[in-house]
Design a protein around this ligand. Structure first.
Ligand SMILES: C[S@@+](CC[C@H](N)C(=O)[O-])C[C@H]1O[C@@H](n2cnc3c(N)ncnc32)[C@H](O)[C@@H]1O
Length: 281
């Protein structure tokens, strides 16, 4: 089987399974397998795959045709200014979260903030993107999952960026720290939304996606935990499910006495209300 016949076969298989980006996925999978970039595949269509390469390619395309995420197959995902290593231990960073990084950078610059905490860091995506963009920051990243933190550490090491990763529940590992800004993209899918979600998310860690209390469980807990910190952060930016972001805002006003004027909601690129910024001081 040559490169070109392998790609043609894969594209047909993936299209049959209604994978939207069939051609691109096939090329990315084959270039990962052959450790060559896509331009090499296009320039050398007649090179033959070894029987082992052909077998591996067949198995990877079969997995993809069952909606197994491309990022897990090729063990990488571009995010903001980085190319991150990912595997099944972490949620695949989403393009919408890049906007959270932008909002954080704007706030950090405006108020000259120095110490940042990324709560529920997963692959380290937000923490690492901020540190890469603004190297002078002190950045903490917490996660309850030891396995997720192994991936985050691996990314930090590869990218030569220093992040203080700590395992534990939300803010608890940071109780003796002073933080200027807390950012978080925590699990926010209510179970009913999870069942309706894209087919690919069933391969991602449930602990990274699901939340009780209509998806607000973890965000309410972070707010309640603020009092254990030496000093609460001046600002918080959360990514939430646009379907329940206004419920969260109501909860902040009614049960946490936060003034409505100190809460700002921002839209993502598809114009959905997804980010909530709170000014605490
Ligand atoms: C939606 S994922 C987001 C990961 C990463 N922030 C991103 O944007 O790609 C949520 C992360 O929160 C972590 N998490 C869940 N419960 C937690 C808790 N109680 N304390 C800290 N982290 C938690 C999960 O392990 C997961 O890595």
């Amino acid at each position: 089987m040559t490169i070109s016949s392998a790609l043609n076969w894969a594209q047909v298989e993936l299209k049959k399974s209604k994978i939207n980006s069939a051609g691109l996925d096939a090329e990315l999978i084959l270039s990962f397998l052959l450790k060559k970039d896509r331009s090499f595949l296009l320039a050398h269509p007649d090179i033959k795959l070894t029987p082992i390469q052909a077998k591996k390619f067949f198995l990877m395309i079969k997995k993809r045709s069952h909606n197994y995420p491309l990022a897990y197959l090729i063990k990488q995902k571009p995010f903001y200014n980085l190319n991150l290593y990912v595997d099944e231990r972490v949620l695949i960073p989403r393009p919408e979260t890049e906007m959270l990084v932008e909002l954080a950078i704007a706030l950090i610059k405006k108020y000259n903030l120095k110490k940042i905490a990324d709560i529920g860091t997963g692959s380290g995506a937000i923490a690492l993107a901020l540190k890469k963009e603004l190297p002078r920051l002190t950045v903490y990243g917490t996660d309850i999952s030891k396995k997720a933190l192994e991936v985050a550490q691996r990314n930090a090491h590869r990218l030569k960026l220093h992040i203080n990763f700590k395992q534990g529940d939300l803010l608890k590992p940071l109780r003796d720290k002073k933080i200027d800004l807390a950012v978080a993209n925590l699990p926010y899918l209510a179970p009913s939304y999870f069942r309706q979600g894209a087919k690919e998310i069933k391969y991602e860690p449930k602990k990274a996606l699901l939340a009780k209390k209509q998806g607000l469980e973890y965000y309410q807990s972070v707010i309640k935990q603020m009092r254990i910190l030496k000093q609460p952060p001046a600002f918080i930016i959360f990514e939430l499910d646009p379907r329940n972001i206004f419920n969260f805002k109501k909860w902040l006003i009614n049960s946490q006495n936060i003034k409505p004027g100190n809460i700002n909601i921002n839209k993502d690129l598809s114009k959905k209300n997804r980010f909530l910024t709170i000014q605490l001081k």
